[in-house]
Design a protein around this ligand. Sequence first.
Ligand code: NAD
Length: 507
Amino acid sequence: MEFLDRVGIKPSNSGVYCGRWIEAGGDEIASHSPATGGEIAKLRLGTVAEYETTVAAAHAAFLRWREVPAPRRGDYVRRMGERLRERKEELGRLVSLEAGKIIEEGRGEVQEAIDIADFAVGLSRQLYGLTIASERPQHAMRETWHPLGVVGVISAFNFPAAVWAWNAMIALVCGDAVLWKPSPKAALTALAMTNVCAPVLEEDGFGALLGLCCGEGSDVGAALTHDRRVPLVSATGSTRMGKLVGEVVGARLGRTILELGGNNAIIVLDDADLDMALRAILFGAVGTAGQRCTSTRRLIVQSGVRAELERRLVDAYATIAIGDPLDEDTLMGPLIDAGAVADMQTAIERATAAGGEVLRGGGRLTLEGDLAGGHYVDPCIIRMPQQLDIVCEETFAPILYILEVSGFDAAMAMHNAVPQGLSSAIFTSNISHAERFLSAIGSDCGIANVNLGTSGAEIGGAFGGEKETGGGRESGSDSWKAYMRRMTSTINWGNELPLAQGIKFGD
Ligand code: NAD
């Protein structure tokens, strides 16, 4: 695996970077490939002590960085994007090896990091405010945006590179520093991303802007969320984690961007193009082994096409090549660990006990040779009599619940009756239904698509979801505003001092 050398991964590594790699004082953990169960490399976690060093260095770097003109900050990000391009293949392979995504998706994840770098470079020349008409004569009003400080980034295992890049590239052009606490399940990718990007900043003594402190949520994660030097915490992961983080950061009146669990549905109406729907459902439900926040978990299908769609899905699932994620022909790799396999089994047991009928799959798979130690499962389709409790929960595995409805209104009511609100989709050729789905009385999600699936968002739009998904927005559109503070200024260029609202005070 010499490609690991090229992204700076050694057999044993420190998990703490603060402008340079420093000795980490925490436990040594091994990162294992979910595809084989084999060890990839070791890594020593940071402790709260190294967290302190990292945040102090990031804050000191921020004090200088905020004075660098934004387009020059953008130029550093441009060079990071170039380095990511040069190392795309190695980084993509590492994502695949460590997170178990198929290699095509591993490459796609790095491409997403490159795309957001490009976006941020353009943005660095467009951090604009407003001028506003003042009610007072010879006065001008304007709104400007300033850097916030150190942005804490807590990331999940399933997007070990892209989620950091979404935050880091935007935060850097906004004039902020970043302190990253990655998932311990995918920490080598964090090391590699830092190894590839930080040298661009190190050249001018700004390396500490990309602080990294690998650790557990309960120590390094907790230190980060309690820390008043971190005005914004962007946390991606389960709703359980988001509630904890939101409470702690909220108690100190800090800001959060919360990107939490989803329970995404595709509605298929009788007038849908079933060929397209089938492909979208397959990618959404089986792709990334159902381990995307935007994975399709519920299929809400109108009575007239339910039987045909079910039959075609069962046939299509049988053709999915399950195996080594680094093999170009594989379409579905393993789950992240044995716990995820057990969670899938429990969910299937609960669904069947509640009256669900397994149409196919659901079992644990033991593959041959090197893959025998991997965490493979057979993707599962379950027809449910109703949207019962288990369907309202996010199980991070390839389980697709099929729910039959009589028409659009019933579909819409069922669609919105879950606690999460991330991504949603409808397949229909009826423009009225499509527009209603996208209207205020339609989908209650942050992402709503027509005639395409729930997963695979582009970086140009704002990404995030409502309700228990957390309400945060990242990536494109005007998401950058969350990484800056807004200042409203009034300038009096006359010789009088008129007060707003025409108030007279001692005149
Ligand atoms: P997780 O919640 O177990 O862990 C996510 C991160 O939070 C890890 O870095 C973990 O160490 C940290 N953490 C845990 N407890 C913490 C605490 N008390 N304080 C601070 N940090 C803490 O999630 P996971 O299993 O790694 O990822 C899967 C979950 O992430 C799914 O629910 C998925 O939907 C969600 N996710 C959401 C998005 C999105 O954009 N909405 C994207 C990717 C993943």
